[in-house]
Design a protein around this ligand. Structure first.
Ligand SMILES: [Zn+2]
Length: 250
């Protein structure tokens, strides 16, 4: 009979907690291990956005120690918040990333201290109603990860699509997924299929779509990822988002 290695009772002891800004739920988690990185690396050449996000779901779920944790129940901004907390405890609070200057296109390496990022608290988690012309009211929801899992499917991001097409599809899907109900003088449509919601998003005039986009943007919370820097070559003031996927755990 072989005895279990003595070190076993001393690994898996690195645990941390954080409170999610949306649900206010406290989550207990451990840093990402080398074994988990190995698993993540098997997705390194994966280009499908949906599959990449699924790999991150697995990574987060396998880092969380809280009983009954269900990633589908996380608000998408709580998921991002938790991912950054896990990153901080895994690789430290300094994140390095490359950005291209909007004006001269030169690349520069940026460093940000993740502990210095501001946290935006959600005002509330109620639906937001956007009034469009023709008495159409769009009810927007605070998206949970399960909403995206159900509606943002891999087939919407085909391999042969261009980057611009993929970006367009992401925008359409993200906003369609945010729609909970559509209210018109004929009544309220609930339980709309993603197909119907995509049709709606693609058929309304662009200035109406901008109203929806503005409201969806305003419903964001958690880490403030807007980032400003002056280009060292041409001094242009750039405004960007911190690309948190780039070299995130590597
Ligand atoms: Zn520049």
């Amino acid at each position: 009979m072989s005895e279990k290695p003595k070190f076993l009772q001393h690994v898996n002891v690195y645990d941390f907690t954080c409170e999610l800004p949306g649900s206010k739920q406290t989550v207990q988690f451990k840093p990402v291990t080398t074994g988990q990185i190995k698993k993540l690396l098997s997705y390194e050449n994966e280009t499908n956005y949906v599959v990449q996000e699924q790999a991150l779901d697995d990574l987060i779920s396998s880092s969380v120690l809280s009983d009954g944790f269900d990633i589908g129940e996380l608000f998408i901004y709580d998921r991002l918040f938790l991912l950054l907390e896990i990153r901080k405890k895994t690789k430290g609070e300094i994140l390095e990333f490359q950005l291209n200057c909007d004006k001269c296109n030169s690349q520069s390496l940026q460093r940000v201290n993740l502990d210095s990022l501001e946290i935006v608290e959600p005002e509330n988690l109620d639906n937001v109603i956007v009034e469009l012309s023709n008495d159409i009211k769009v009810h927007l929801r605070h998206m949970k990860r399960k909403h995206q899992q159900q509606e943002m499917l891999p087939r919407f991001f085909p391999k042969n699509a261009t980057d611009r097409q993929l970006g367009y599809m992401f925008q359409v899907l993200f906003h369609a997924c945010a729609i909970d109900k559509i209210e018109t003088p004929s009544g309220i449509d609930e339980e709309l299929s993603i197909k119907d919601k995509i049709y709606f998003v693609e058929e309304i005039p662009m200035h109406e779509m901008e109203k929806i986009q503005k409201s969806v943007d305003s419903m964001g919370f958690g880490w403030k990822l807007e980032y400003g820097y002056d280009c060292i070559h041409c001094k242009h003031e750039n405004k960007d988002m911190i690309p948190i996927q780039q070299n995130f755990f590597g």
